[in-house]
Design a protein around this ligand. Structure first.
Ligand SMILES: [Zn+2]
Length: 176
């Protein structure tokens, strides 16, 4: 490591992170260092298909909607499995859909509200199943499959389209 790194997030311009007092010669050198890797990454970027750029959903609206839908699903799924969670939090993340801590705290990415219902449902069921099996072992996946036999389709949808949702930039100005 020479104190710099290149970050590529789908839907956003590449970012070069350098030391605070890097000279422009060092920055040029860093760009040269990462150039071929960056070109490979940019070649992989695919066209957006969901039309999210036309949406005007603010983060606040999205969080309210996500919390309402997710907490309803989490409650009914937890009841069906006979488990309880300690808290449920909405997060603003650029890389994760949800998590379940060892203390039973569930957190979800509010951007899930932009996904089809079955996909949001799968992520909730996935995290609630972690209240039973806190790992991704065979027993965990058997439980997910028992609860949602078609879960693989939702998982595939996230692989194909999830990046578009993660890249969604809500408008910062609220509409009156
Ligand atoms: Zn998991």
């Amino acid at each position: 490591m020479r104190g710099h790194r290149m970050v590529v997030r789908y839907g956003l311009p590449p970012e070069l992170v350098v030391r605070p007092r890097a000279t422009s010669a060092q920055i040029d050198e860093a760009i040269d260092f990462h150039r071929s890797w960056l070109e490979q990454q940019l070649a992989k970027v695919v066209e957006p298909r969901l039309g999210l750029e036309r949406l005007r959903l603010t983060e606040e609206q999205g969080r309210i909607e996500a919390r309402a839908r997710i907490s309803l699903l989490a409650q009914s799924e937890a009841a069906a499995l006979g488990v309880t969670y300690s808290r449920l939090t909405m997060r603003n993340q650029r890389s994760r859909w949800g998590s379940c801590s060892s203390t039973g705290a569930l957190s979800f990415n509010w951007r899930l509200v932009l996904a089809p219902h079955d996909v949001l449902d799968y992520v909730v069921v996935h995290e609630v199943c972690h209240l039973v099996e806190l790992n991704h072992g065979p027993a965990f996946w058997r439980l997910v499959e028992k609860r949602r036999p078609d879960y693989a389709e939702s998982k595939q949808w996230l692989d194909d389209h999830g990046w578009e949702i993660l890249a969604y930039q809500p408008p910062t100005v609220t509409l009156s």
